[in-house]
Design a protein around this ligand. Structure first.
Ligand code: GLV
Ligand code: MN
Ligand code: MN
Length: 425
């Protein structure tokens, strides 16, 4: 069995990892007008996502892994262990993206895992437990409205039939889009029962960089609430309809945006409520027509479940008042909701030890973003490794950037932690 002293002797090839990240980023690449940079658009289950998946699956196969696809399109790549009957160590993330992404969100966790396996292979290291790299369908939730969809199905939070029936804005269903890109797999979604799960990810925020930390030991993920709000007013002539005779859905949407900001600001600075109206669709969306219909999303997040629930209640009563005030119909539905998820202290300690052995400064951090790890934590002991990003850790933006050293540090910590977990009886 490998000993701790032995574990620190191998290191990933940071240049190869960075080259893989750059190559995957070419799939779905577009020119971003706002930043004049090349961005990545690989929305889940689009043709670009299909091409990205096939590229990564090819790399898995070339690394000697056995690849299986489940019925929600999650991809699992297995490296056999000395004791194949033991539960595997699962590690990975996602390769779908928001439409304005950089090269690192999710991809570092998947290609970092691939780099770990390549390194083990080159050094002829066999782990006791099998290793499985996973990447999971629609982590972003941008296309079908529910984040961490694939890992939520695999871990039993969302039934497969419910996931299949979700539709994008064009009315296309998950099950049909999976089939179209060739990733409607045959494997049972509940087939993987890991011993432990570890995910390496960019922080996507400014904290580690500001504190001079090289590794984040993620203690948990804050609670997340997503809603879709529909305002139904009356489309009418912009020039002839007196102001007091309007039912302006756009005005109600604007008031909602301001209220979400006010709610977040009244919760205090720092790790308080985060509130975002990131999507607003106005119909008919014309210069001379009063807005007849507005569809908005609301994303609320808080590390405290109780405080998030309080913010949701305040928002509910605001929306009810809004309908009366502006004479518009107001309806809303919850599209995603996850509680605060604490990670396993033993796996966090393994991350901290690994960083220490590698001479990297580590800090505890709560994740502001949602991650597949929070789903897997229901089934097995789980934690995450964060690496810092430049430009205040900006993410969901083509400026997103972690350096080759930052990425290699994360992958080296991942390598150590996975090896340690894989030797456990
Ligand atoms: C995923 O990126 C999220 O919205 O947190
Ligand atoms: Mn991500
Ligand atoms: Mn993301």
């Amino acid at each position: 069995m490998a000993k701790t002293a032995e574990l620190s002797r191998v290191c990933v090839d940071g240049r190869r990892l960075y080259r893989s990240l750059a190559e995957l980023a070419r799939v779905g690449a577009y020119r971003d007008e706002a930043t004049a940079l090349r961005g990545v658009n690989r929305l889940a289950l689009t043709e670009a996502d299909g091409r990205g998946r096939r590229l990564v699956v090819g790399w898995f196969r070339r690394a000697g892994l056995h690849v299986a696809v489940d019925r929600i399109g999650n991809v699992y790549a297995r490296r056999e262990g000395a004791e194949p009957a033991l539960a595997p160590v699962l590690f990975g993330s996602h390769i779908d993206s928001v439409p304005t992404a950089g090269a690192f969100d999710g991809c570092l966790g998947v290609l970092g895992a691939l780099e770990v396996v390549r390194t083990l292979g080159e050094n002829r290291i066999r782990t006791r437990r099998p290793l499985v790299i996973g990447f999971f369908t629609e982590e972003e939730g941008c296309r079908f409205g529910t984040d961490m969809l694939g890992s939520a199905v695999a871990t039993g939070r969302i039934p497969l039939a419910k996931a299949y029936a979700l539709r994008d804005r064009a009315g296309l269903a998950v099950v049909d889009e999976l089939r179209k890109i060739g990733f409607l797999g045959p494997r049972d979604v509940r087939a993987v029962r890991p011993h432990a799960y570890v995910e390496c990810h960019i922080e996507q925020g400014p904290i580690l960089r500001r504190r001079g930390a090289e590794i984040g030991v993620v203690s948990g993920v804050q609670a997340i609430s997503w809603r879709e709000v529909l305002f139904e007013g009356r489309a009418a002539h912009a020039g002839t309809t007196p102001m007091d005779l309007r039912a302006d859905a756009g005005l109600a949407a604007a008031r909602l945006m301001v209220e979400v900001r006010r709610l977040a600001e009244s919760d205090g600075r720092g790790a308080g409520l985060r509130g975002t109206v990131g999507s607003l669709r106005l119909e008919p969306n014309m210069v001379n027509v009063v807005g007849g219909r507005a569809t908005c999303t609301v994303d609320l997040r808080h590390p405290s479940d109780a405080r998030l629930a309080g913010a949701e209640r305040r928002l509910d009563s605001f929306l009810r008042r809004l309908g009366r005030q502006d004479g518009v119909g107001v309806t809303w539905r919850q599209t995603a909701r996850t509680p605060y998820v604490p990670f396993d202290e033993r796996v966090q300690a393994a991350v901290a030890r690994a960083a220490d052995r590698l001479g990297l400064r580590a800090e505890a951090i709560v994740s502001g973003a949602g991650h597949d790890a929070q789903e897997w934590s229901r089934l097995c002991k789980t934690a995450m490794i964060f690496v810092p990003g430049e430009y205040d850790g900006i993410s969901h933006n083509p400026r997103e950037l972690s350096t080759p050293k930052q990425c290699a540090d994360g992958a080296n910590v991942l390598l150590e932690v996975v090896r340690e977990l894989a030797e456990e009886p």
